[in-house]
Design a protein. Sequence first.
Length: 209
Amino acid sequence: MHNQSTLFEIEPDLTDLPDCELLKLSDWISPKEAQELFGILLGSIAWELRQIFMFGRWVNQPRLTAFYADEGLEYHYTGSQWKAHTWIKPLGALKDRISQQFDTRINSVLCNLYRNGQDYCGWHSDFGKTDGPIPVIYSVSLGACRTFQIRHQTRSDPPVTSIQLPSGSLLRMGGAMQKHWKHQVPKEPCASARINLTFRTVLPIESVR
């Protein structure tokens, strides 16, 4: 396994946070490639407006989503179940790039489309039953730059931390982060769309029932 701290410059303000491992690569994809990939994925991903169970009722998600994975896998979260689409070439290429660069195995990606600044993702952690006990998530951003916020679930220090995720960036969330931290993408003034791809390894649903 490679020591990522020797390969990449880690932002100083992300290294001292307790109970988590955060690595941000602002130019993981070049601006030209990111722009081209955004256009390709915007038109080729099978975007859906789905519902999730919150506060005792089903509500529309304030963004569009899609789930791609190896054959037979599903994603379960907040009472909603995603059946996997078959990998398309551009998503498969990104999966392979992450797998090789970080010496890991990826079997799925949850795609999110924020159509403008009114689309958002509320406070949550990626700690569903198919995520496994120590999820490691590779979040790739394309299109508009949006703010990604994190807060510790039991500590008041550090305060809420805001991280800007420009087009072409990759944010790796590892360690015990999903157990101890929540994160969100809040509403903000933004007229442009953003695609967020969260590559991960999910467990077969049969193993967690």
